[in-house]
Structure formats: C-alpha cells, structure tokens
Design a protein around this ligand. Structure first.
Ligand SMILES: Nc1ncnc2c1ncn2[C@@H]1O[C@H](COP(=O)(O)OP(=O)(O)O)[C@@H](O)[C@H]1O
Ligand SMILES: [Mg+2]
Length: 502
C-alpha cells in the first residue's frame, strides 16, 4: 500500500466564526477502503471541517486533497466532481417526489428529467449496492432510515469514492443502525472510503477502522478503531473519564412500590386515545425505563404523572396516597419531581439562575409578602456549588450552555428530595461531560431510594441506567423486562410495533 495517496486528506484546515475558532489547523487522512470515524463532543468542530471538505463552507486556511490532488472547492459541485459525497444531518430530499426522481435530480445537469432512465438507474444502483429500495416510493412515505438510504444512494450514484455521513445514527432505531452498518461494511469492501461523524463511543468502536478525535476545534489524535472506550472518552473530553457504570452505584434490592399506576387512560392532543390501560409500579431505589419511539404516549404519560393532563380512566398512587387527577402543585407537594424534555420551556430565560432555582416554590422565600432576595441568592450559591453549575447566581439562564441549563433544572428538582422522579430525555443534546454528570445524579437519587421513571429514546442510555424497561407502543405497554435480560434486537422490534414477530 506504500505510496498510495489517501482517499481524502485535510491539511491545516482552520475556520473562524467571528472570534470563535471552530477548526484549528486540522490534519486528517482517510485511507482508501476504511471507515474513519470523526469523534467529538457537540461543538468540537466535526461538522464544520467536513462541510469544508464538501465545499459547503470555505476554510480560512488549509487544503483539501483527494487522492493526492489539491482541490479548489467553491461549492459542493466541485467536491462531487472530485468524488466526495456527503449526507448531512438534515436530508435534502424532495418529499412529494419518488426515489427515482430524487436520484435523477441529484445528477441532473438540466431541469429536464429523463424519468425512464432515472428509474432504471435507481434500480441498478440499489442492486449494485445491495440496498433494498422501491424506486417508485414517494419520499414522504418512507421511514427515516429509508430516506437516509436514498441519500446514500444519491451520493453513490454520482460516483463518490469518499462518503461523509454526519451523525447518521442520530435519527435511527437500533435495527436501522445495524442495517446501516451492514451497508457500510459492504461499501468499504468495494473500495469506498467512509467518514463517519459521531459522538457515540460504542458505535464508533463497532464500525470504524480508525478514529480521529476532535476537541475544541483541534484534531487531538488518530487511533485504532478498537481503542479502549475510556481512552477515547478521555481524549474527547480532555480528562480521564469517570465512566458511568451501573455497577458503580448498585443499590440493594429495590424497596416497596412508590409510584403505582393502574389501568391509566388518557387522551392525546387530538382527543384520540393516547394511553391505553397502562399499569406500572416503580419501587423505591429503582430506575424504570420507558422505551419507545416518540409519539407513542410518552408525553401524555409524563403529563398525567405531573398533573398537567387529566386521565380519563385508571388510578395513580404515591405510596398509599391517591393522586389521580391532582393538579401540578399537589403532585409536586406529594413528592413527584419532574425533569421535562423541553428544558427551555420550564425555565425562564430572562430571569437569573437564582430566580429560576426558586420559581416552583417562591412562597418559601417570601418574608412579609416580599421576596427575600438575600435568601434567594444564598440558596442559589448553595445549589451552584452542590450541582456544579458553571454560572453566577445573577446570570440570565438564557446565557448558559445546554449542560448548565440542565444542571439548573436538576438542582431545582433534586434539591427537594423528591420520592419520585419523572425524567424525559435528560441528556438529549448534551456533551459527554454533561451527560455523565446528569446520569450520575440520577444514579445517586436511585441510591438514595427515589423511584425513578426515565423516558428516553436512547436505548444505550436506558441500558446504562435502568433496572427494568417497559416498551410503549401506541399508548400500550407492549413489553416489560429487566435490563439484564433485555435484548436490543427484541427491543427494537417491540418499539417498531412488531412484538408478535419477535
Ligand atoms: N455558521 C456558524 N456560525 C457561527 N458559529 C458556528 C457556525 N457553525 C458552527 N459554529 C460553531 O462552531 C463550533 C463547531 O461547531 P460544529 O462544527 O457544528 O461542531 P460539531 O459538529 O462537532 O458538533 C461550535 O461552537 C458552533 O457553535
Ligand atoms: Mg455536528
């Protein structure tokens, strides 16, 4: 292989946005026929550097080379011409058109589409790359996984030799991830090179030949794809990773049922039944995960548990106390803490950290009708310290990073020692450091005896944190299992509503 130039090479790529250095002298080489992962936390600069390689953004300095030849990249057209393809995070397909039509658009030199030959080429390409796709299906009727396949096919049908995929698994369920990986393996066997952008360690290790780690705009290291997970994590975050293993904090056997849900019914936003006879207990000292594709009743379940939605049937108890139909204030007073999916909606961005921390129990901070600002501030200082919030008490919440916003929410809820914690998508959009932090907090609450219901679409997260899982599909629990017995394939079948086929 000596003397063979890299399929794609970046030399000294630098890109600034104002005073922010998004890419700082990035050097990278992608070999022919490898899957090369680009791993890094949110904001590390991965998307930016690959947008430069694809001609979507212009670098301030540096060079992009394909098979040893430097490119002049003014637009994606130049990159495509040189054999580079990219599937960005937001697909660029035309929804009302068919697969064949979209593929034709991809290579059209004029607006006149030759649909017969487009259709023929679509069938050929799908066969050649062993991808199952109906050329006559409308994009709007396809699943996200299938649309992604069309995007990949579109790039391949333009003779790309280096395929860049930006966080391709973010939108996929586990079975689709497996299918994608299978596709990638057969493509590299045929000599294609793949750049696989991700911030998920496990999948990077599963698919990559080599991994380049980015941190704060720099390329920190390029290592073997089989490198140790902890080593990769510490390169990503710049310090040794503590790792969140369930084993770290295994509670003794869980206690009595604390949250008891029986035969719960509720309607959704359109008045359609959203929860269908749902029965579930969560005991003290355990985390029960609710798995499922969003839109299968998760929102309604959380809303009912927090008093934001009236159930149309069934009962809800906290210990012996009946709370069916109670309002949010009573739910909270009874000991149900809620960490919602939409962080921004439950904080007031224009208010300070200190005020947001007391928003839900302002009355505790009044003296003679007035808010005691000094106590509010002192309370904030204590929580800032205890929950490691990187902000000052007087800072506006809107100015904080996502990770710190989530810490403010956690502090507000967990500092009241709730007996039940209802938490949705707690790490979505957070970087590795903040994710680890949030998970640790939840495990500590569990250790302290709280009953935790965790709603998440992230199966890795559910497997890492939960003791038991239930799968929600069309408002019903279609499967329940301990995490020790959980099988990801079976779970994804259940999530897809194919429980009977498993
Ligand atoms: N068009 C832009 N304007 C200003 N800042 C940007 C722009 N694109 C990206 N950034 C910033 O550059 C940094 C790197 O972003 P990005 O490449 O998207 O990271 P990653 O893909 O690793 O999450 C981030 O701080 C991001 O906010
Ligand atoms: Mg990105």
């Amino acid at each position: 292989m000596t003397g063979m130039p890299p399929a794609l090479e970046l030399r000294g790529i630098t890109k600034r946005f104002g005073s922010l250095v998004a890419n700082d002298g990035v050097d990278l080489d992608v070999r022919v026929g490898e899957v090369h992962a680009l791993l890094g936390e949110n904001g590390a600069g991965k998307t930016t550097v690959m947008r430069i390689a694809y001609g979507l953004t212009q670098a301030d300095a540096g060079q992009v080379l394909v098979e040893g030849r430097p490119l002049a990249l003014r637009s994606p057209r130049d990159a495509i011409g040189a054999g580079i393809g990219m599937v960005t995070q937001h697909f660029a397909l035309v929804g009302p058109m068919t697969v064949a039509e979209n593929l034709a658009l991809g290579r059209a030199t004029s607006l006149r589409l030759d649909l017969d030959s487009a259709r023929r080429r679509a069938v050929e390409a799908a066969e050649r790359f062993e991808m199952r796709l109906n050329p006559d299906a409308r994009i709007d009727d396809l699943s996200v996984g299938q649309r992604q396949r069309v995007e990949i096919l579109k790039a391949l049908s333009r003779d790309c030799r280096v395929l860049i995929l930006d966080e391709p698994t973010a939108v996929l369920v586990p079975s689709e991830v497996d299918a994608l990986f299978e596709t990638l393996r057969s493509l590299i066997a045929g000599g294609l090179s793949v750049v696989f952008i991700s911030h998920k360690l496990a999948e990077v290790r599963a698919i990559s030949d080599r991994v380049s780690v980015m941190r704060r705009g720099r390329l920190v290291a390029t290592v073997d794809g089989s490198s140790d997970e902890r080593a990769l994590a510490s390169m990503m975050v710049g310090r040794p990773s503590f790792g969140v293993a369930r084993g770290d904090t295994v509670a003794e056997t869980a206690g009595e049922p604390v949250l008891r849900i029986h035969g719960l019914q509720a309607s959704g936003t359109q008045g359609l039944p959203a929860l269908n006879n749902l029965t579930l207990d969560v005991r003290g000292g355990e985390i029960v995960g609710v798995a499922g594709v969003s839109g299968n009743g998760q929102t309604e379940l959380v809303d009912v548990l927090c008093g934001m939605r009236q159930p149309t049937g069934g009962t809800l108890h906290l210990g012996e106390q009946e709370l069916t139909g109670a309002n949010p204030t009573r739910m909270m007073a009874a000991g149900i803490g809620r960490i919602p999916e939409d962080r921004h909606a439950s904080l007031v961005g224009d208010l300070s950290v200190a005020h947001n921390l007391v928003l839900e129990h302002l009355d505790d901070f009044r003296r003679g009708g007035q808010i005691d600002e000094r106590r509010v501030r002192e309370h904030a200082w204590e929580l800032i310290e205890r929950f490691d919030i990187r902000a000052r008490a007087e800072d506006q919440v809107a100015s904080l990073s996502g990770g710190n916003i989530q810490k403010v929410l956690l502090a507000r809820v967990l500092s009241r020692d709730p007996r039940v914690v209802v938490v949705s998508q707690p790490t979505r959009g957070l970087d590795v450091g903040a994710t680890e932090y949030v998970r640790r907090q939840l495990l500590e609450r569990r250790q302290a005896g709280a009953a935790i219901l965790l709603v998440s679409e992230d199966l890795d997260e559910l497997m890492a944190l939960c003791d038991r899982l239930v799968v929600l599909y069309e408002g019903r629990i279609v499967g329940a299992m301990s995490v020790a017995d959980a099988d990801v394939n079976e779970l994804s079948m259940l999530m897809a509503g194919r429980g009977d086929a498993a």
